[in-house]
Write a protein that binds this ligand. Sequence first.
Ligand code: 26W
Length: 848
Amino acid sequence: MTVVTETSTPVSETAPDATPSAPPAPTHPLALATVTAPPTSVDGFVREFLRELNFGQGVSLQASTVNDQYLALARTVRHYLMARWSETLRRQRETQSKGVAYLSAEYLLGRQLGNALLATDLTEIVADGLSQCGIELADLRAQEVEPGLGNGGLGRLAACFIDSLATMSVPCIGYGIRYEYGIFRQTFVEGRQVEQPDSWLALGAPWEFPHPENARRISFGGSVADHTDDDGVVRRRWTPAWDVNALPYNYMVPGYRNGRVNTLRLWRAQATDAFDLKIFNSGDYEEAVRAQTFAENISKVLYPEDSTPQGKELRLQQQYFFVAASIGDFIDQQLPEDFDLAQLPERIIFQLNDTHPVIGVPELMRVLVDEKRLEWGAAWEITKKCFAYTCHTLLPEALEVWSVDLLGRLLPRHLEIIYRINEEFLAEVRERFGDDELRIRRMSIIAEHPERSVRMAYLATVAGAKVNGVAELHSQLLRDKVLPDFHEFYPGKFTNVTNGITPRRFVRLANPSLSELITDTIGVGWLTDLERLRGLEPFAEDEEFRARFRAVKAGNKRRLDAVLRERDGVGVHDDHLLDVMVKRLHEYKRQSLKLLHIVTTYDKIVSGEVDVADVTPRTVIFGAKAAPGYKMAKEIIHLINAVGETVNNDPRVQDRLKVIFPPNYNVTLAEKVIPAADLSEQISLAGKEASGTGNMKFALNGALTIGTDDGANVEIRQLVGDDNFFLFGMLEPEVEDLQTRGYVPSSFYEADADLRRAIDLIASGAFSGGDRATFEPVVSNLLYEDRFMVLADYAAYIEAQAAVDAAYADTERWTRAAILNVARSGFFSSDRSMRDYIDRIWATPPSF
Ligand code: 26W
């Protein structure tokens, strides 16, 4: 008698009211014809737009608000993508080719309208048609609220990746969560960050297609027990305690002018039964709706942390909710009825965007063993081929662990499955290395200390067919430092795919004037084959071209000036070197090092050590949100604003040094700031930034990088050339060495007069109205902890900044270097990243 597992009530089936086996699909000769073909004339568009305004928004043109016009335009444009979407889906069903299911808890999509117009090549027709109606397209684009369904790098990368897969015609479904509230809105109150809820749906969501009929029931809690099934086989049966419905919302992911539209499916949580009428009628109204609010909390809000998991139960609920819905959806909705699940690895690869979706591994095992009644061994063979794991961090505290208590309570069957996966894994380790208990304890998916918990990165590594880092250095450190035991045990499993960014949004859309210059110079085609930018290299030697290149940059500075004046009432001088640091606020990214450079320069000016007239006019632009619970990060934001306030209003500076910190840095602001930048700050401590992607966006928009040899900076420097990159600071091995030798930050303070003066100025209260206490926490953290060695790299950084000033003074040399950065950064297209994933991990050939 064999013991295998089974759940009692089949779970995550489609919701009970789902229609029984569907009658033949309805059809009509006009069906496809009615799908609106993109207009070929302005009138054609205007007619469609006015129809949508009148019938969709229910208003006349005269009475319409800007929001009416935006919603009507968005729906009109999505009509034009419908044919491609349904054609893509039809072909996918027809070809049954292998595809990618990208599982990500975050997607930082940015505004959709501009990208949809670019993909359909309708920008001109629409702009003309709207202006005939007395409407500015730019006003409607500005009306769109960007979906901030992500924190930073990881979420934006997911958005770039699905854009590339659609443009490369690779079958892909992006799966995630439709948070009702995305990343918080950042405001500053007396220089301190204050968070506001991000009600991005408030003014309408024209880009989503809800499909409540495909809702799935997701279960939680309860217990597991043995059960003899109708074939007399003893199985494990999970009896959940509660459940919620997962409602899918589909979003279009248009490829760039290739007739293809992939799908992004985001799940929303809804109570299985609206509210309890019995309790309601008993008068306890609150209790009657409690279940409802409790359930819907699951997709209520994005967790605003991007490096230190809080281990909150709701976060685990979110992770299981969207992963179980996605895996169930793929198996039930995307595969033919009688699909042989042993072939699943030929049909799909579930790419794990960090550890956040890794609960999907025991979930697939539960579905295959408990629901589909496969043998454990067979199920594991399938599962091992169906998952791949991308790690996006190097910070030990960012690696998620879930306590077995919490997991056992919320997902008792999944914990059982994880225990068995670990048992069999450790048996293999013992087989290879004998009873090396230390190794066993080090490699066990279950950590015994400080509390028994599941190490999600270990589970992802054991179950994943491939494990990759996101830049060469990162992947090397993963193999040597983060997961060395696993690299030794699974040498062939580890690979690298260096990140990339989509040139459609971050060059063509964000920088139309540069795009025009590029196309004028090397022709079209570079937007889907970015290595063609190499064709610009010879033009670095062309004086006339350099002048046109500079004019583009100057134009982008003026545009940024107008945007920031209108947005925050502060502008930028277009004759200033724009020195930009935009990324999440985190100590390892070292915004405080940038701050010390500003304070040092300011100190030299006001002390008269340098003649202000000799100072290169420079505006430093910061953009950074801090996780609300990250105290030191918020202190640093406060200090940046305080220093800015003082420097910007000190007449002795004569406006030659400015510090501006526009609040609420997001994708939309990035699209305006990055094209205007001269200098890109990528100054993390070597060995801490997994890759970075902002660094790539700056290089492709003609900014020079000042940076450490960290993450993808290394590959940027190797490609653009040492002469066109301001490298400084310790290399990763030197950091490691200083760490082991014992790092004493105050010794650097003692030894460096400029550093001492800068820190003393902050400590003196110069930026806090003389109050020494205000920034004492930041100062003492730097002097006595300084975990990310800001003081150790200070001198080298200041020296590199002096080199920047010297280089910027030689305008032709600077422009030449900027052109070479653009020409040699084609490698950093997310299309290339996708090709690497296909070649090294997915083996999913483009379908057509
Ligand atoms: C709270 C748990 C948590 C932990 C880590 C949430 C989110 C994370 C992300 C992995 C953090 C993140 O965004 N990492 C960034 O990923 C980018 C895309 O690969 C890299 O370019 C950045 O270097 C990396 O910091």
